[in-house]
Design a protein around this ligand. Structure first.
Ligand code: CP
Length: 311
């Protein structure tokens, strides 16, 4: 087996060797994306089903493109318009889809733990594309790939994750992955949006944005997950922006270049201003490009196909 586990359910417990293997493979597969014909036959004969029970732009399109670049057969499922609306259970849905002979399932779901539950229902390889507030492992892998491309290494680098840590699966996977890879991680946001005990993950905490900016080499700026939180965790969007919004004026107080990241979708003028998101320090669109390469790498490494014989 190319990786320690036959599924990618999260980055919790994934060893540094596996993360490095995924990032190295992604770097090598990325070159395919700039060829005149960006397609290789590596996953010919492999069928991947993309099961999206929650909205997505980047992750869904990125997985689908990754599958097509590798010549896999792909099928897209969204819960709207499916028999889920007639009361079919998730277990029945996936067992019926698997009965049509598939190999891999990519799943996004609003409930934490759904990818793990699927491993108990079907035999296909399961890849987590975001489960509730829990994990979004391919997002963290593409974030790490983009930072490693920029710096050459993650070891000893200081990454501050800013904003709604409590409701963010991106934060969950980034903290786990970056700590495993030897980076230093700090989270910063309102007290109500930072879960207690987070230091036990080996992560620093501050509630003061200026302290985070003085410390950081890179910021990963998060969206406020209004769809996942109860009301009243901060006074208003305007106050959140005043206290924690990343603005050019705020960054100018620090005499250094801080790399700017965001997993998307961006709420411009809330967690980050447009002139920062679109500045030269921003690597947000490079993250999106690397998302395709990282997902190609995960698909190849979990497919059981020996890519060395197929390229
Ligand atoms: N970063 C991310 O997961 O974006 P989508 O919700 O558009 O997939």
């Amino acid at each position: 087996m190319a990786l320690s586990n036959r599924h990618l359910l999260g980055l919790d417990g994934v060893p540094a060797e596996d993360i490095s293997k995924i990032l190295d493979t992604a770097e090598s597969l990325k070159t395919i994306l700039s060829r005149p014909i960006p397609k290789v036959p590596t996953l010919r004969g492999i069928t991947v089903v993309n099961l999206f029970f929650e909205n997505s732009t980047r992750t869904r399109i990125s997985f689908e493109l990754a599958e097509k670049r590798l010549s896999a057969d792909t099928v897209n499922f969204t819960s709207s318009g499916s028999s889920v609306k007639k009361g079919e259970t998730l277990k029945d849905t996936v067992r019926n889809i698997e009965a049509m002979k598939i190999d891999m399932v990519v799943i996004r779901h609003a409930s934490a733990g759904t990818p793990y539950f699927l491993t108990k229902c079907i035999n296909s390889v399961i890849i987590n594309a975001g489960d509730g507030r829990h994990e979004h492992p391919t997002q963290a892998l593409l974030d790490m790939m983009t930072l490693r491309e920029k710096w050459g290494t993650l070891k000893g680098k200081k990454v501050a994750i800013i904003g709604d840590i409590r409701h963010s699966r991106v934060a969950g996977s980034n903290m786990r992955g970056l700590v495993t890879m030897g980076a230093e991680v700090l989270v910063c946001g309102p007290r109500t949006l930072i879960p207690p005990g987070i230091e036990e993950m080996g992560v620093h905490v501050t509630y003061n944005l200026d302290e985070a900016l003085a410390w950081a080499d890179a910021l990963n700026v998060l969206r406020i997950q209004l769809e996942r939180q109860e009301k009243g965790l901060f006074p208003s969007i305007r106050e959140y922006h005043a206290e924690y919004g990343i603005t050019r004026e705020r960054l100018k107080r620090f005499d250094k270049e801080i790399v700017i990241m965001h997993p998307g979708p961006i709420n411009r003028g809330v967690e980050i201003d447009s002139d920062v998101a679109d500045s030269d320090a921003s690597i947000i669109l490079e993250q999106v490009t690397n998302g395709v390469a990282v997902r190609m790498a995960v698909l190849v490494l979990l497919s059981g196909i020996d890519a060395a014989h197929e390229s």
